[in-house]
Ligand binder design. Structure first.
Ligand code: AMP
Ligand code: MG
Length: 272
């Protein structure tokens, strides 16, 4: 397995424009769905859990994982698969919905900042402040003069977080319109999935192109050295899970969290 290569292949290089239409959502970079890949995924989950414990014990730094993508792109599935080994005591998943009355009365980062993971924690955002340059832009929920300033504001906000011990990884789960059609249809026919279908899914699907262009700009302008975006081909769920888990694992290994040294001489202690 060459995690470093995958990292490089999926990374949006800072300053390099992204055109999603040119990126194949079914691409697997030569990987195949083999037993070895399934085994690797299990290993990654276990390794991520081990490193989570160290991060928690070290109690100095945090990891924030941001998931974005169109409806049915697999944000929930990614949380379920890749984060399945995590201890919920030091991991928090936050799903960002239509802002509440109270949230909308504040600036758009207000609801985000106070759920950023604390030292020792891993936080996962299912949608995020990026909605404020995506749905807000496409549906013109605020004037253009307001949202167009947000790209820089988001970069500054994320830089401030990283300078204060929060490592940020951002994943865009890239599916195409045909894959979304199949997944939405499955939600219509499967009683266990009916609850996932909303009217807004259908409106959003109609505005597919506008969303893709909004994503192009968000990914192009907000992939930074301190908070990179990765475009993950997500038509194939196994590849999506593999890619996200490889990158999360590699980042945690790079952080190399350490158990703190005991504060006193343990050899002098007798437990009676
Ligand atoms: P889901 O992810 O399917 O639970 O849907 C959440 C919905 O909330 C999506 O339709 C998002 O576009 C919407 N949403 C999230 N954040 C915002 C925001 N800041 N402004 C407006 N709508 C939002
Ligand atoms: Mg939805």
């Amino acid at each position: 397995m060459n995690a470093q290569k995958l990292h490089k292949q999926l990374l949006v290089k800072p300053g390099r424009p992204v055109v999603l239409d040119k990126l194949d959502p079914s691409h697997t970079f030569g990987w195949e769905k083999t037993d070895a890949v399934a085994k690797r995924l299990v290993e990654n989950t276990a390794r991520i859990a081990e490193l989570q414990l160290r991060l928690f014990a070290e109690n100095k730094r945090a990891l924030l994982i941001i998931l974005q993508g169109m409806d049915a792109s697999g944000k929930d599935g990614t949380v379920r698969h890749v984060m399945s080994g995590l201890n919920p005591a030091s991991c928090q998943v936050t799903s960002f919905k239509v802002p509440t009355d109270e949230e909308i009365r504040h600036d758009y980062l207000w609801r985000v900042h106070h759920v950023v993971p604390a030292r020792g924690e891993i936080g996962v955002f299912n949608r995020s402040h990026y909605e404020d340059v995506l749905v807000v832009r496409v549906r013109q929920l605020v004037p253009k003069e307001i949202w167009k300033r947000r790209y820089d504001q988001i970069n500054d906000f994320e830089q401030m977080l990283t300078e204060n011990g929060v490592t940020i990884l951002k994943f865009f789960l890239h599916i195409d319109k045909a894959e979304q059609r199949d997944r939405l249809r499955a939600r219509l026919v499967d009683p266990a999935k009916n609850w996932k279908i909303t009217r807004s899914d259908l409106d959003v699907r109609r505005q597919w192109e506008a969303y893709q262009r909004a994503y192009d700009e968000a990914l192009s302008r907000c992939s930074t050295k301190w908070a990179p975006w990765f475009v993950v081909p997500a038509n194939k769920k196994w590849f999506r899970n593999l890619a996200v888990s490889e990158i999360v694992r590699a980042k945690l290994e790079e952080l190399h969290p350490q158990f703190p040294k005991p504060l006193f001489d343990l050899t002098k202690i007798r437990i009676v």
